[in-house]
Design a protein around this ligand. Structure first.
Ligand code: PLP
Length: 425
């Protein structure tokens, strides 16, 4: 090994060790199971497959095809979907495939605004803009942190979108799809939800059940509440054969070539694990986020939507304006080994200096934390917000974290969560 390689490995290992001592609260991340991680260093990582199982453009895919067919079967089974595609290599790529399949430049798609918690891929400067669609944003109800139902019905009837798109990156409450279903039918639009943040909750019967509430297409990442590899997935219900083919063509050759076979295999393992564990994991993740919201609120740290129980997902939104704002507090929390991100609240104008934090419970849940631990985590956060030296809080965080270093809700539960640190010791 030369000095450059040593430098790279040592920094990766240092990261592993650091995260072992941190409380992970980024709402869009998670820990893969040891079995899923093993797939990432298999020979699948070195291979190509283009097209669909049985119809590849390369030789050498005998076992790849078997794994991909199993992944498709598991995905359809877990989400009760009629159709699935496990080839998009990320959530953004899955979104691009839906755009390529169903929207021509100039077509109207209704969607949410960035300050409402939408993801950049659905914005003018993201994939929606790259596809030159005419995106029109729904009205928002600040108190409920959700769409304004009457205003949304009016808007849908006015602009008659080709596709009505839903889904957020600060996703506290399910979109009111049932209330909108008659309008979707009246205008005959496709209904698409980006479930990147909440896929693991949906797998476990929490949050909502989009494919039973009028949604035709789910696009998603597979590494947020769904604790799989960095990858993507599409699911469908009530799509015609032509619509399914349009999506498959949009995935390949539209927006992918090979589809990262090692990640696809890790996704297959995670689907198999979630079949067994999703129910308990998702229920605990939601209980944990609600407990965290309650504990912070009681400690004088404002959490949005106290009257609605703070959240129905893994995430809560916290207003830290009075403590210095999201940017400052997220940095101080990092100094205390608490990893989270600053986030815009709906009334913010600057994405660079927002007043909020977004906190997620899903990774802490995977590590085995429950409601009582959420109280301890809330007290660490409150101490930092109220001006205590982060270096002092960090020592308590490190001591607390010692008991939470293996992944739960998966096969091989007690393997270490933090990778291959031992290789350089
Ligand atoms: C709602 C939503 N969609 C899509 C994405 C993008 O996912 P990926 O990073 O897998 O491209 C994110 C990422 O955070 C997201 O929050």
């Amino acid at each position: 090994m030369n000095d450059e390689a040593r430098f790279i490995r040592e920094n990766v290992m240092a990261h592993n060790k650091w995260f072992e001592e941190c409380i992970p609260m980024i709402a869009s991340e998670n820990l893969m199971s040891p079995l899923a991680k093993e797939m990432l260093i298999s020979d699948f990582a070195d291979r190509y497959a283009e097209g669909l199982p049985g119809k590849r453009y390369y030789q050498g895919n005998i076992y790849v095809d078997k794994v991909e067919l199993k992944a498709l079967e598991l995905a359809k089974d877990l989400f009760k979907a009629d159709w699935a595609d496990v080839r998009p290599i990320s959530g953004t790529v899955a979104n691009m495939a839906v755009l390529f399949a169903f929207a021509q430049p100039g077509d109207t798609i209704t969607t949410c605004a960035l300050a409402q918690g939408a993801h950049i891929s659905t914005q003018k400067f993201g994939a929606f803009g790259q596809r030159s669609v005419n995106s029109v944003q729904y009205p928002w109800n600040l108190e409920d942190m959700n769409l304004d139902v009457d205003g949304t019905i009016k808007l849908l009837k006015e602009v008659k979108p080709k596709v009505a798109q839903f889904g957020l990156s600060v996703f506290l409450f399910p979109p009111p799809l049932k209330e909108l279903e008659d309008t979707f039918n009246e205008i005959g639009c496709l209904v698409w939800e980006d479930c990147a943040h909440v896929l693991g909750l949906i797998a476990g019967g929490q949050f909502h059940d989009p494919l039973r509430e009028g949604v035709n297409i789910i696009s998603s990442s597979t590494h947020k509440t769904f604790p799989g590899p960095n990858h993507g997935m599409l699911l469908g219900a009530n799509l015609t054969d032509d619509q399914q083919k349009a999506l498959e063509k949009a995935v390949f050759p539209g927006v992918t070539s090979s589809h990262h076979l090692h990640a696809m295999a890790a996704l297959a393992i995670t689907l198999a694990e979630m079949k067994v564990y999703a129910k308990d994991y998702a229920a605990q993740a939601v209980k944990n986020s609600q407990a965290l919201g309650q504990a912070l609120y009681e400690l004088g740290v404002p959490v949005l939507c106290p009257d609605l129980g703070f959240t129905k997902s893994h995430a809560i939104a916290v207003d830290v304006a009075q403590f210095g704002g999201g940017k400052d507090i997220a940095q101080k929390l990092e100094d205390a080994n608490i990893i989270c991100n600053k986030n815009m609240l709906p009334w913010d104008e600057s994405a660079v200096r927002p007043s909020g934090l977004r906190l997620g419970s899903q990774e802490m849940t995977r590590l085995g934390m429950k409601e009582s631990e959420m109280k301890e985590v809330a007290s660490f956060i409150a101490r930092v917000c109220k001006g205590e030296d982060p270096a002092k809080v960090k020592e308590d965080v490190k001591a607390f974290k010692k008991d939470f270093v293996s992944v739960k809700y998966c096969f091989n539960e007690n393997e270490p969560a933090y990778g291959y640190r031992k290789l350089v010791e």
